[in-house]
Write a new protein. Structure first.
Length: 542
């Protein structure tokens, strides 16, 4: 409140001199209504003098034969109060002086005195520019809207005219007292907010052990909310002071800008409360990807609040936003063409959040990319590789590529070949294979129902046993641990059964040596003998 008073009081003091200076221009005014400029000039000059006779002269700008001069005089006062209360300053250098001014949008000889009140306009009839009968009804409506509590809520008209009617520094005594009352009321409102929120509620939360909620979420919202209430109070009671229009332009301009500005601050800080709700909401889901979505939504909401708030402020201070939006749309097209990769990544991130091909912490493989997902942003995804480096991959690239999500595997495959020497007896191989199956079945972290262990191939230097199993492992570290346990058990089993593991070797075979029997095998059995042995072997197996 002190900051607001520090800003506004010098303006009061400076601009309070403007009204006497304007009123001191010549006393002789010719009543002319031949153009919008002349009609408004006549009205303003006579109403500045503030006497009953001058108001009667100003009432000539109202055209309604059914009204008396006194009734028209009341409308002159009402219109002056509207211009002063709303801070409408007539810019005479822009008011048309052409007697035949034509409004092409309304298809008539009209002139609207202010964009804020398009329903109040001058119209040319019988060569004279005046406020016609239908406009008088609109003046009543606008006046009632602007002065909802009446114009004499602070002081009666008798007090204004008699006891408090003296001027000081360009303002009436009752106006200076009214300014003090408005500032005092604003200070009381600010004090009440400070007492309720900063003292009572915050202390109550501290007693309940929730002091961080008050200091982090409630207090940052309470302060700008108090300022909004103070500014709304000033905007309601300011028209009652009926200050000069030259001053009202600045105070109304400030109120129109400051109220939505503090509203932006309130909504901006309320996003923190929305964040709490979203965090609790996503905490109920199993996916970790929506946890990453919360800070992105938080940033998006804040950007949206600021953008919309700025547009509201510009609209309030009568800066046309339609040409601005049109320019932004054209510039946005050029920007979109220049930043199409960024837009592609943005929509790629949307597809990732919708489809959820992976979540935070998953081990994924996509082309040459292999690592764990750490963060998913609007433009890129951060992946930590197994070299402990971080790769930032554009989301557009991820959305268009094939993703192998190792983190969604229910089981992790372990496949290897156990090579044993050729001199291993067949019966020992059978026992060894059965022992391998029991190792898998007894391990607590293997799939006991799905595994393949068989003598699978006769290699160039070994007999090959296929060892194909699956681990129930949440992480790669767990998988490596379980692999080690299985391999150690295999080595122990091989040592127990005297099964030797093969490795690439070369044997030099010499068939004949002098004085030694030949090493070449002799094949003396006939085909019949071989068939008999084969039948005998399978007969025993049967």
């Amino acid at each position: 409140m002190r900051k607001l008073a520090f800003i506004l009081l010098p303006i009061f003091s400076l601009l309070s001199w403007t009204k006497p200076l304007l009123a001191s221009e010549g006393d002789s005014i010719t009543i002319l209504l031949e153009s919008p400029y002349q009609a408004l000039r006549t009205f303003v000059k006579y109403t500045e003098r503030s006497s009953i006779q001058d108001y009667k002269k100003a009432s000539v700008v109202f055209n309604d034969p059914s009204l008396s001069v006194d009734e028209k005089t009341k409308y002159a006062k009402k219109l002056e109060q509207i211009l002063e209360g709303a801070g409408v300053l007539l810019q005479f250098n822009s008011i048309p002086s052409d007697p035949n001014h034509y409004d092409s949008l309304q298809n008539d000889y009209l002139y609207t005195i202010s964009n804020r009140y398009p329903e109040i306009y001058l119209q040319k009839r019988r060569g004279r520019w005046q406020f016609q009968r239908e406009v008088l009804t609109q003046i009543d409506s606008v006046h009632h809207e602007l002065f909802q509590f009446g114009t004499n809520i602070l002081f009666s008209q008798e007090q204004k005219d008699n006891l408090l009617g003296d001027e000081f520094l360009g303002l009436k005594t009752w106006q200076w007292i009214g300014i003090g009352i408005v500032f005092l009321a604003g200070y009381l409102v600010r004090f009440i907010f400070s007492l309720v929120f900063e003292k009572i509620i915050i202390q109550l939360l501290e007693k309940l052990g929730q002091g961080h909620i008050g200091s982090r979420y409630i207090l940052p919202i309470a302060k700008p909310t108090g300022m909004v209430c103070v500014l709304i109070l000033i905007s309601v009671f300011y028209p009652l002071l009926q200050l000069p229009r030259q001053f009202g332009v600045y105070i109304v301009f400030s109120l129109k800008a400051l109220i939505p500005l503090f509203g932006i601050i309130i909504l901006y800080r309320m996003v923190n409360i929305v964040e709490i709700y979203l965090v609790r909401l996503v905490g109920k889901t199993e996916s970790k990807l929506d946890d990453q979505l919360v800070p992105i939504l938080k940033k998006t909401l804040r950007i949206l609040i600021v953008v919309v708030g700025v547009l509201v402020i510009l609209d309030n201070i009568n800066i046309p936003i339609l040409p601005l939006l049109t320019g932004l749309s054209i510039g946005g097209l050029a920007f979109a063409l220049a930043a199409q990769d960024t837009i592609k990544n943005f929509f790629g991130s949307l597809m990732i959040f919708i489809d959820k091909p992976f979540q935070i912490g998953d081990w994924i493989t996509s082309g040459d990319i292999d690592g764990t997902v750490e963060e998913v942003g609007f433009r890129s995804t951060r992946i930590r590789t197994f070299r402990n480096s971080v790769i930032s991959v554009p989301n557009g690239q991820l959305a268009d590529s094939t993703i192998d999500n190792n983190g969604l595997r229910q089981y992790r495959r372990f496949r290897t070949i156990l090579a044993i020497t050729y001199d291993t007896p067949p019966e020992r191989i059978e026992v060894f294979v059965e022992g391998l199956k029991k190792i898998v079945q007894k391990h607590p972290n293997t799939n006991n129902e799905k595994f393949e262990i068989y003598l699978n191939d006769m290699g160039a230097h070994s007999l090959d046993i296929l060892f194909y199993i699956f681990f129930e492992a949440a992480t790669w570290s767990d998988e490596l641990k379980f692999r080690q346990e299985i391999i150690l058990e295999i080595l122990k089993l091989g040592r127990l059964l005297s099964v030797h593991f093969a490795f690439p070797t070369q044997t030099l075979h010499v068939e004949n040596m002098p004085g030694q029997p030949s090493l070449s095998p002799e094949y003396t059995l006939t085909k019949q003998d071989l068939n008999d042995r084969l039948n005998q072997y399978f007969g025993e197996k049967a």
